[in-house]
Ligand binder design. Sequence first.
Ligand code: NDP
Ligand code: A1CAB
Length: 273
Amino acid sequence: MSIRFAMIGGGVMAEAILSRLLAQSFYQPQEVLVSEPQLQRRDFLQSRYGIQVTDANALTLQSVEVLVLAIKPQMLDLVVQDLTTHLAALPTAPCPLVLSILAGVPLRRLEIAFPNYPVVRAMPNTPATIGAGMTAIAPGQWTQSGHRTLARQIFLAVGEVVEVPEALMDAVTGLSGSGPAFVAVMIEALSDGGVAVGLPRAIAAQLALQTVLGTTQLLQESGMHPAQLKDQVTSPGGTTIAGVAQLEQAGFRSALMQAVRAAYERSQELGTL
Ligand SMILES: NC(=O)C1=CN([C@@H]2O[C@H](COP(=O)(O)OP(=O)(O)OC[C@H]3O[C@@H](n4cnc5c(N)ncnc54)[C@H](OP(=O)(O)O)[C@@H]3O)[C@@H](O)[C@H]2O)C=CC1
Ligand SMILES: O=C(O)[C@@H]1CCC=N1
């Protein structure tokens, strides 16, 4: 069976996407090749998923239908240098769809690195690991509708997908790309708050997690605005409004808004490194 799906970089996000695509039989393990420098990581991916692995990035350029770039943005130039001579030697068509999940790196840079290739810039997030991801995609100038459909199908396998103009991709990165970390910090802090007022750690953690999960599900299923839900919980002169007042005093909303902005600005910076 020939390789149809290749990835450069076999880290956290590569594994998240790969594991779902395999679980849904989108690709068979024998059709997948991951290029990854660390021997231990290669061995792990190979034994866990039954895929093919290599430490030679150039091997990913064989006639695949999709090539995913899943390295750190800071590694892009090095990887492209490594590939350039091989790219020049390849016949011009058919080119694989290049899917980049690199934070910040603009289509312009990717299209220079992969001349005339159809490129889609994507920003998934870690809940992709369990199929609850949120991915935004922005197609490049050489993509046709088949490429966009394929990119959408791949990311639908790991959760929800929206298509946005490329100019919004750094904003997406600041919100849904980095967001899982912000939410995780909030859940941890809620647990800590519970422990501070006397709950055993395990119970506090369970309460915090299920509260966030249940609230999210309620908002999603009811279509209620978050402010409306907050109003429903806050009894006049009650406990919740006392807590909300403290959140406002501590600048909780502002802290979250600033976190998204800082991540957005860092994404912009990463694109220029
Ligand atoms: N983590 C997340 O939540 C998200 C990440 N992203 C993006 O995904 C990309 C990958 O992030 P993430 O998976 O977290 O990072 P990881 O560090 O987990 O994965 C990157 C992988 O690339 C490998 N690598 C390093 N150098 C090379 C090279 N020259 N050739 C091939 N592979 C190489 C690394 O190996 P080694 O460890 O040996 O260096 C590592 O296994 C980033 O660009 C990030 O912006 C996008 C959305 C969400
Ligand atoms: O922190 C990062 O740079 C990556 C991009 C989005 C989530 N993680």
